[in-house]
Design a protein around this ligand. Structure first.
Ligand code: AMP
Length: 400
């Protein structure tokens, strides 16, 4: 079965086309600057030359039509007929409290995605536009929505409620939802498979450390707590997001700096984290390079690492133990320096790392802890698109 995976943003989209017989990507690509007369379509058919075109693409339906043109293109195509696509999996950021699993899209599901627009105002509207665009270009082909929040719906109330007047939860659904669920689910299942143990026997702390970052406590396969909250701003220090801070800072800064709510929101989401502290931007590679000589970069790194370590400690406490710690995503998979800094301060857990193996770069799952270590420490490359494709296949089969 061929499955098209779509991740639609407000002015861009990314796609991968899978052949699920052996789970291989047969084409991938992206469209950037949707809405402009110089939009950029990059199409990468596996085993063929990449295509890059700059053209007017004013809305998502046109963008998808263009992508489909290239999927069946005589030279750069990978399909003879677009109807070979048997299902489409959509990344949807917020499923609110409605969705605890992926779901076949129908009118009710679309209404529910709309119902939580205000919880993810930048993402959910774009995700729904993507669904509707595919419906119009590929009528009759099943669409499956895969939610970033769904995996975390198993959290107990004591973990997802905020200690503010309870009426706000009732009225506005203010609670912790968590994100990166597709990634945490994928890497925890991969880790269990790698260790040859049922996930139902494992306590896992999963560290998704990318430009956005979150840590999840996964107790016997279920998310029981996660560091991102009602929005992705809470939790760890990130590339440009602050993560946790005293909420009283917000009105204080607004008063002192004469800022509006929107401006403070933008400060916390776009100008904080590594960017705000280092002055060198949000890319961990730059921070690592500069921190040897630059105090700001060193402080940014130390704060970033310290906050990750505190969350690991908190989640070990939440689960009363840990069997596996996973590092994944751009920074987690690639920065041996960060993994070293974190793990050499976790000796109280009986963790021992093989620093030689830690330095090895690989696209494969690998154990970086020694055989003496009391906790397995693994680097697991994440693959959210594959997880979406797998979920799409599962949901389509179960609806037949
Ligand atoms: P993601 O959001 O998962 O795509 O992660 C993107 C981030 O990964 C980038 O902003 C970089 O900070 C980080 N990254 C990528 N490669 C490396 C590397 N070799 N060392 C450290 N950080 C890296």
């Amino acid at each position: 079965m061929k499955i098209f995976v779509l991740n639609c943003g407000s002015s861009s989209l990314k796609y991968q086309l899978y052949d699920m017989t052996d789970e291989i990507v047969i084409a991938s690509g992206k469209v950037e600057r949707i809405g402009m007369d110089d939009a950029i379509l990059t199409h990468e058919p596996t085993g063929k030359e990449e295509v890059k075109i700059v053209t007017e693409i004013l809305e998502h339906t046109t963008a998808i039509e263009k992508v489909f043109e290239y999927l069946v293109h005589p030279e750069s195509g990978v399909l003879s007929d677009i109807r070979e696509i048997q299902a489409v999996g959509h990344r949807v950021v917020h499923g609110g409290e409605v969705f605890s699993d992926s779901v076949m899209v129908n009118e009710q599901v679309k209404a529910a995605i709309k119902g939580v627009f205000d919880l993810a105002p930048l993402h959910n509207p774009a995700n729904l536009v993507g669904i509707e665009a595919v419906e119009s270009v590929l009528p009759g082909v099943p669409n499956v929505a895969v939610f970033d929040t769904a995996f975390h719906q198993t959290m107990p109330k004591k973990a997802f409620m905020y200690p503010i007047p309870k009426i706000l939860y009732k009225k506005h659904k203010i609670r912790r939802y968590g994100f990166h669920g597709t990634s945490h689910k994928y890497v925890s299942a991969k880790a269990a498979e790698f260790l040859g143990k049922p996930i139902e026997e494992l306590k896992i702390v999963s560290c998704h450390i990318g430009n956005g970052a979150s840590i999840t406590a996964i107790d016997r396969g279920k998310s029981v707590d996660t560091s991102m909250g009602m929005t992705p701003l809470e939790g760890l220090m990130m590339g440009t997001r602050s993560g946790d801070l005293d909420p009283a800072i917000i009105p204080f800064v607004m008063g002192k700096e004469d800022l509006t709510l929107n401006e403070v929101n933008s400060m916390l989401n776009k100008h904080s984290g590594l960017t705000g502290i280092s002055g060198y931007g949000s890319d961990m590679r730059d921070i690592e390079e500069k921190m040897v000589t630059d105090e700001g970069a060193k402080l940014a790194f130390d704060m970033y690492e310290y906050r990750i370590r505190k969350y690991i400690g908190a989640y070990v406490a939440a689960m009363d133990g840990v069997d596996v710690i996973i590092f994944t995503a751009g920074v987690g998979e690639n920065s041996d320096i960060l993994r070293k800094a974190i793990t050499e301060n976790l000796t109280y857990l009986g963790i021992e790392i093989d620093q030689e193996i830690n330095r090895v770069r690989s696209k494969k799952v690998r154990r970086i802890s020694t055989s003496n270590s009391k906790v397995e420490v693994l680097v697991v490359p994440t693959n959210e698109e594959l997880m979406i494709a797998r979920d799409t296949l599962r949901i389509v089969k179960s609806n037949k």
